[in-house]
Each structure stands twice: as C-alpha cells, then as structure tokens.
Ligand binder design. Structure first.
Ligand SMILES: NC(=O)c1ccc[n+]([C@@H]2O[C@H](COP(=O)([O-])OP(=O)(O)OC[C@H]3O[C@@H](n4cnc5c(N)ncnc54)[C@H](O)[C@@H]3O)[C@@H](O)[C@H]2O)c1
Length: 245
C-alpha cells in the first residue's frame, strides 16, 4: 500500500468510537492519519495509545475548522482524505424539543460540521486533482427515528449534501460518498436504554449489532484509489436492518 504513505487522512470525531477505529484502520493501510476532536483529553489518550496525532476542533465552528486546517498544513500538509465522522445526539420528542440546545446544536454539529470541513478542505483536493470526502450519515437519516427528528434531519441532509458535492467536485478527481451505519456498539449507543438496543438487535438480519470495524472497513474502501468510480453513493452498513431502495 505504498501509494498511501504520501496521503494525509483527517478523521473528525476521531478520538473514540467509529472515528477512532477508522483512524487506526487507515493508519494500518499506510496513510498518515490525523484526528480532529472537540475533546482534548480524549485526543491525548488516543495519541498515547495509538501514536496517531490529533488537533482540537469544533466542527460546528467555521473558524475552528480553519484554525485546524492551518495547524494541519504547518505540521503535515494538505488533507487528501476527509472522514466527516463527528456527530452528537440530543434526543427528544419533536413537540418538546428545545429549539437551540437540541435542534440547532445537532444541526450545527452533524450537518453544519460536514459543510464546514468540506468547504475548508476541498479546495486543496481540487488543486491536487485527488481527494476523498467520506461522510458518516446514519440509517436513522434514511428511515427517520422516533425521538430523533433533529438527528435524522441532519443525517438526511448529509445525503443531499454529499450527492451535490459529488457532482461538483468529481471533475477534479475528488469523490464524495456517504456511509449509513446501523446500530454500532460505541459509547453513543451505550447511552441508549438496554431494552431498546435489544429490540433493535432483534430486527437485524445479520443477528448482531455492528462493530466500529464494520464501518471502518467501508471507509477504508471509499478512501482508496480503487473506489474512484464510486461517487455520490450512500453505502448502508446496517446488517440488513434497513434496505434503502
Ligand atoms: N454508534 C452508532 O450506532 C451510530 C449509528 C449511525 C451513525 N453513527 C454516526 O457515526 C459517527 C460516530 O459515532 P460514534 O458512535 O463513534 O460516536 P461517539 O459519541 O462515540 O464519538 C463521537 C466523537 O465525536 C466527537 N465530537 C463531538 N462533537 C464534536 C464537534 N463539535 N467537533 C469535533 N468532534 C466532536 C466526540 O468528542 C467523540 O470523540 C457519528 O456521526 C454518529 O452520528 C453512529
């Protein structure tokens, strides 16, 4: 995989969960990997454990993303592979949802964050004539989910955004694709009530919850040059729980 060693992969929300797995597996493929995360302590722990460096970033803030880009350029160079993985949940019924702390915050991080990083990192990819933008959406963005109107709206928005930039950027060698995980065992899902998780698991034809590596396997493929004709795609990785047409 020697062609990868000159490529820089940046994984947002990379200090734990799915993002951490993606960072480790991309490193395993030879890429120079840097994570970006809002949690400085988690970044430090992750770097100690894996040797993968990180920058503090709040993807919801355009200024923060620009500052992170400056640091990345100074220390490593331009980003070739952008994995937009950072995401949060602030669940609640729509009719009781707080317009700011639940609705706007989730839209700003989960959808605004994908715009901010893509907007900041895509120009250098276009100039180089190569780039990969991989956006982590969600099965719940495809099908909707009780108690997650904010999250589902943001994740569905990612799909429209991805299909649009996939058209705009492909002429310059930059592809954009979305991955829609189903239920994956991470701290995000550990926060869910155990009986809900058990109910969901019973609906998964593969017979188990997803693991972070199930998602990173898809991300590693989409990052590769072998995926060059895959553009604007939505890749469901959910064990068959939801099969989008
Ligand atoms: N776990 C699942 O079942 C599941 C299912 C579908 C989609 N997803 C999506 O996959 C992605 C990763 O999920 P996870 O389960 O690993 O989550 P997680 O909560 O374990 O990790 C998310 C990481 O993002 C970071 N983060 C949060 N807000 C940030 C911000 N504003 N800027 C930068 N970093 C920020 C956190 O510090 C954390 O390290 C998310 O986008 C999530 O919506 C997860």
């Amino acid at each position: 995989m020697s062609e990868n060693t000159s490529k820089i992969a940046f994984v947002t929300g990379g200090a734990r969960g799915i993002g951490a797995r993606c960072a480790k597996d991309l490193k395993g493929q030879g890429y120079q990997v840097v994570i970006g995360d809002i949690n400085a302590d988690q970044i430090r722990n992750f770097q100690e454990e894996t040797g993968i460096p990180g920058v503090v970033i709040d993807v919801a803030s355009y200024d923060s993303v620009q500052a992170a880009q400056q640091l990345l350029i100074e220390k490593y160079g331009d980003v070739d592979i952008l994995v937009n993985n950072a995401g949060i949940t602030r669940d609640g019924f729509m009719h009781k949802m707080d317009p700011v702390s639940q609705w706007q915050t989730v839209i700003d991080v989960n959808l605004g964050g994908v715009f901010n990083t893509s907007r900041v990192f895509a120009p250098a990819m276009r100039e180089k004539g190569f780039g990969r933008i991989i956006n982590i959406s969600s099965m719940n963005g495809q099908r909707g989910q009780f108690g997650q109107s904010n999250y589902a709206a943001a994740k569905a928005g990612i799909l429209g955004f991805t299909r649009s930039i996939a058209q705009e950027l492909a002429g310059k060698g930059v592809t954009a694709n979305a991955v829609c995980p189903g239920f994956v065992e991470t701290e995000m899902t550990q926060a869910m009530p155990a009986e809900i998780l058990q109910q969901e698991q019973a609906k998964i034809p593969v017979g188990r919850l997803g693991l972070p590596e199930d998602i990173s396997n898809a991300v590693v493929f989409l990052a590769s040059t072998a995926s060059g004709f895959v553009n604007g795609a939505t890749l469901s990785v959910n064990g068959g729980q939801y099969m989008a047409a």
